[in-house]
Design a protein around this ligand. Structure first.
Ligand code: GMT
Length: 377
């Protein structure tokens, strides 16, 4: 094994792909003997704090009468510097450039000589949304230039980043990975609890942000129902009040089930027949990969880096954005053919195991850590 490292991981605690990825990376690194210091406002929702090698370091936001809202970034920077000084951190790994790399960079200014190197992993909206905003653009560019190494979760995101910023550096592509946790109930029980009957079950897991275009998902479900009886299960990592109104306005109450705040998703993958996504952009789409690892094919728009994960007509269907009729037809096609679902699901599982395993991907991150922590000759 490589020399054990002390790694500071910076990530969002809320439900979302980047937090999940950073957390699972932390778990794996700790399992391999490294010490992982997760610096965040609160424990990320899937973090197992009782695991040996995992240390949670709270960076609480500050509310001050003169500030109109809580300040997250500056207290985070101070906390990162403290953690680096107290635990001889070898490398700081920031997931999301804004605010994490910026906070890490301020921390290096506080520490001065001997500050650890920074690796930035870009996940998508930090570039696609924040990167386009004048309020952040120069700062984001500086954060990328000041990082010792920058990684993106897909080639598509790398190209978007290089297209937006005039960078003199290269960017490494390290894809996401996913290892399923054990399923703790039977498929039949879960389906009985969900009340889905015998209908094929399409699964959508998301934080419902506007980029997910859940309105298009519901339109596609309406379209699919014209040919096949399908239930759509939405696991919502956000308040779903508005979603309920959208479901009712399309008269889909009997065809869509919504569950809020789910952190253990494995049982739902075991109960589902395929995944469905309708985002206008995804740098990668971890939800599709999670489904693939559970043997589920996918249906989605062909946007962003999804085609680097999904093999069209082999592990799932990619249709042009924003054609909801095509999305609905692809859903109905899969729903109506059990043996096709099985064949594509097996191909999806194999691809997830071969190309996006934790062993393969975490080794790539470790190689990156070694690259920035080993002094050049
Ligand atoms: O869009 C989300 O679900 C949240 C967001 C995040 O940062 O938590 O996800 C981004 O990072 C994931 C992990 O790398 C990717 O799988 C998602 O595709 C990406 N989302 C977007 O690019 C919109």
């Amino acid at each position: 094994m490589a020399k054990p490292l002390n790694i500071a991981l910076l990530c969002h605690p809320s439900i979302g792909g980047s937090g999940i990825l950073a957390t699972e990376l932390g778990h794996k690194l700790a399992e391999w003997g490294h010490q992982v210091f997760v610096v965040s406002e609160r424990p990320p929702f899937r973090l197992k704090m009782d695991r040996p090698g995992i240390h949670f370091c709270e960076a609480a936001a500050v509310e001050f009468p003169l500030f109109e809202g809580p300040d997250h970034t500056l207290p985070l920077a101070t906390r990162i510097a403290e953690v680096c000084n107290s635990h001889q951190i070898d490398v700081v790994h920031a997931h999301y450039a804004i605010p994490h790399t910026v906070a890490a960079w301020i921390a290096t200014q506080l520490i001065g000589e001997g500050a650890p190197p920074i690796i930035t992993t870009l996940h998508g909206t930090d570039i696609v949304s924040l990167g386009a905003m004048a309020e952040y653009r120069p700062l984001l560019r500086h954060a990328l230039a000041a990082s010792d190494l920058v990684t993106c979760v897909s080639q598509n995101l790398k190209e978007r980043t290089l297209g937006l910023f005039d960078l003199e550096r290269d960017i490494a592509v390290i894809p996401n990975f996913y290892e399923p946790r054990p399923v703790t109930d039977t498929r039949d029980n879960i389906r009985a609890l969900l009340g889905t009957g015998d209908a094929p079950l399409a699964l959508h897991v998301s934080n419902l942000r506007s980029i997910k275009r859940v309105d298009l998902l519901l339109d596609a479900q309406r379209q699919a129902l014209e040919t096949e009886e399908i239930k759509l299960l939405i696991l919502a990592g956000a308040d779903s009040t508005q979603l309920t109104a959208e479901i009712n306005s399309r008269d889909l109450q009997d065809h869509v089930v919504v569950i809020d705040d789910v952190s253990d998703v494995e049982n739902y993958y075991a109960a589902a027949d395929f995944t469905v996504y309708s985002s206008e952009y995804e740098s990668f789409c971890l939800g599709i990969l999670e489904g693939m690892r559970h043997g589920l094919p996918s249906v989605s728009f062909d946007v962003g880096g999804i085609s680097e994960v999904v093999r069209h007509e082999e592990t799932g269907y990619l249709v042009p954005y924003p054609d909801t009729s095509a999305l609905g037809r692809a859903m109905a096609h899969l729903a109506g053919d059990h043996s096709l679902r099985r064949t594509m699901g097996n191909a999806a599982r194999l691809r997830a195991e071969q190309s996006f395993s934790a062993d393969k991907v975490v080794t790539q991150y470790l190689t990156a850590y070694c690259e920035v922590t080993t002094p050049s000759p």
